[in-house]
Design a protein around this ligand. Structure first.
Ligand code: F0G
Length: 352
């Protein structure tokens, strides 16, 4: 039986005691080749895959880092964890704290997180604290609190988070028997792009793979500090998960981009929502808006002719979170669903 990513990738992770592993059997997520979308956007000679991290136990990639961070907190005898979050980290921290018997304190930007994520933090039993400010303000607060209070910080500044998250790179390489040519993913606080790059490099050094991908990150246009090379004090985007103006892992992300000869560029909210719609209607996959920045970026690069398609390519888009967490973007207009009487004759007319 699969028992989570720490046991699977034990040799790459520093955990002392098997009996204390805190896991919800995260990882081992769906990896799928897209059937319709590539040709719909004019891509030939390219295999486009998605890694659907929205199928982790709390519906996002955060569970990979949280199994490690909470396992280590537990190992060190901690009784409580704390994080700032745009939603997914708080959901994940709350769930892993719940299963390990720890308290979770989560600071969120007031009214700026998707309701599904808020519901998760509440139902898992976290102490939810809304801040009249943005994610960057909340992160600043939790860093300070963790320095004075008896509580372990589980944002991605905690190095064990990235350790856990790097295993997604291993899974992709295990499935393809190589690294993809491009890894495309959304960038918010910039931990994930840094973790993937660490994972690919470790696999390369251990000769599990003989190539490395171009790390290709995308920020939302209204929250693109790395692209613009400046702190954004009032970040705005429909993709609330990546509404971040001063990413904690900024330097690591720039290093990943440069070492891999990749890029970090911006996609607009409109491009994100078009990508979300295409992915759902062409492929049957519902990912949250932030996740769809990766597909929006693929579409943008494909139409700009930025991909070297003279040879067969493997491209992996990471879908970081589940669309069910944030239905408001799809349902935001008045529900346009026709209501009929339960009259069979009238219903039959719909088929003609
Ligand atoms: N996609 C989703 C769905 C996210 O929730 C996040 C980050 C990202 C992408 C960006 O990843 O920060 O490692 O660059 N969410 C954090 C949170 C900030 O609080 O849940 P990153």
């Amino acid at each position: 039986m699969y028992e989570g990513l720490i046991r699977k990738y034990r040799n790459y992770l520093d955990v002392q005691d098997d009996s204390k592993i805190v896991t919800l059997n995260e990882g081992n997520t769906l990896f799928l080749r897209l059937k319709n979308l590539p040709s719909a956007i004019g891509l030939k000679n390219v295999n486009v895959y998605v890694k659907f991290e929205g199928l982790n136990p709390t519906g996002s990639f955060k569970d990979r880092g949280m199994t490690m961070a909470v396992t280590k907190a537990n190992e060190n005898g901690s009784k409580a964890v704390i994080c700032a979050s745009t939603g997914n980290t708080s959901a994940s921290a709350a769930a892993y704290a719940a299963v390990s018997g720890m308290k979770a304190f989560v600071l969120i930007p007031d009214r700026k997180i998707a309701l599904g994520k808020l519901a998760q933090a509440i139902v898992y039993g976290a102490r939810v604290i809304a801040i009249d400010g943005n994610f960057d303000d909340a992160l600043n607060m939790v860093v300070r609190l963790s320095e004075t209070e008896d509580v372990t910080l589980v944002n991605s500044i905690n190095p064990f988070r990235l350790q856990g998250q790097k295993t997604a790179a291993f899974e992709i390489c295990d499935a393809l028997h190589r690294a993809p040519d491009y890894l495309m993913l959304p960038v918010g606080n910039a931990g994930n792009i840094s973790a993937y790059w660490m994972g690919f490099k470790e696999y390369y050094e251990n000769r599990e793979i003989a190539n490395l991908p171009k790390m290709t990150g995308f920020q939302a246009a209204g929250a693109a500090p790395i692209v613009e090379n400046r702190v954004i004090s009032n970040p705005e985007t429909v993709a609330t998960a990546i509404r971040i103006g001063n990413p904690a892992s900024w330097k690591l992300a720039v290093a990943a981009r440069d070492e891999s000869k990749g890029s970090i560029s911006a996609v607009t909210d409109e491009e994100i929502l078009v990508a979300q719609q295409l992915l759902a209607s062409q492929e049957g996959i519902f990912a949250e808006p932030a996740s769809c920045a990766s597909v929006a970026g693929l579409i943008k690069k494909a139409s700009a002719g930025d991909l070297e398609t003279d040879r067969p390519l493997d491209i992996v888009c990471v879908l970081t979170g589940n669309g069910l967490k944030d239905t408001s973007v799809v349902l935001k207009d008045e529900l346009k669903i026709d209501v009929f009487r339960p009259d069979l004759e009238q219903l039959r007319t719909l088929f003609h």
